[in-house]
Design a protein around this ligand. Structure first.
Ligand SMILES: [Zn+2]
Length: 274
């Protein structure tokens, strides 16, 4: 595909910029990336008191420290924020479910940047809050777009983001606290598919537009465990996947670099070559 051929040198230049101190060898390609050569899409839900967190997690809060003109005559604004690691658009580090594996600050940046494979399962998951994304879904995608390439960031579009503004629909329950966990209903990744991705493909990371890579009704969080044992991080509550093509986009997913963190707030964006 033409866009793909264009995109490869462009991404190479982008990665070169991030990885070394020297000027990029292909300055024109770099200018294309950071000029008008790319359409940039923000895949991040904003953080506010409305942001959806796991029922047992401390939600996001913002305390205003200052917001006004100081006695010295200049304007000054500052806030304190607090929240659980896991909520809103966020990254799960492998250590979240795999002892001894990488924490947030130990994940190589290179693993968080890569070509997007956007797997659309809305036809199955859009109406089924307990849907498991299967190996068949990935095989179907590959029959249309080719084998999932090494280093890909797989983004699963279940369509669940359309419920983001309605906590009850998005999580399956309006409740909070440990009693709510049994009532969670939203699509997730079949552990068999997680195993297939780990064994048969060489992806860098995976994300989806639901609260968890395991479906709401999971009790053993097996997809988390399989992926994280293989040091493949997950992005949860990803937004705006409707704006991405199935193939040809690039993802940059940079979490807050929490030392020893099991996860963290994530700013995830995609670039699509024009
Ligand atoms: Zn998480």
């Amino acid at each position: 595909m033409t866009t793909n051929h264009l995109a490869i040198p462009v991404l190479g230049a982008l990665l070169a910029l991030g990885a070394c101190q020297k000027p990029p060898s292909n300055a024109a390609a770099a200018r294309q990336v950071f000029g008008n050569g790319m359409q940039w899409i923000d895949l991040t839900h904003p953080f506010s008191s409305q942001t959806i967190y796991w029922p047992t997690a401390k939600p996001f809060s913002l305390e205003v420290v200052a917001n006004g003109v100081t006695p010295d005559g200049y304007f000054y604004a500052a806030n304190n924020i607090s929240a659980a690691e896991h909520g809103g658009t966020h990254l799960d580090a492998p250590i979240h479910f795999a002892q001894g594996h990488r924490a947030v600050d130990a994940i190589p940046v290179r693993q968080l940047i890569g070509p997007a494979a956007v797997v659309d399962v809305r036809d199955s998951a859009g109406w089924n809050p307990d849907y498991l994304v299967t190996v068949r879904d990935f095989e179907r995608w590959e029959s249309g777009y080719g084998r999932i390439e090494d280093g890909a960031i797989v983004l699963i579009r279940t369509g669940w983001a359309q419920h983001w503004s309605e906590r009850r629909r998005y999580l399956g329950t309006p409740k909070t606290g440990s009693a709510a966990v049994a009532e969670l209903h939203f699509p997730g990744l079949d552990p068999e598919a997680a195993r297939w991705l780990v064994r048969e493909r060489r992806i860098s990371a995976i994300g989806l537009d639901t609260p968890s890579i395991d479906r709401g009704q999971s009790r053993d969080y097996l997809s988390h465990r399989i992926l994280f044992e293989a040091d493949i991080p997950a992005f949860e509550n990803v937004a705006s996947l409707d704006a991405l093509p199935h193939i040809g986009g690039y993802v940059i997913a940079l979490p807050m670099k929490i030392g020893g963190g099991s996860g963290g707030p994530l700013r995830i964006v995609a670039a699509i070559p024009r």
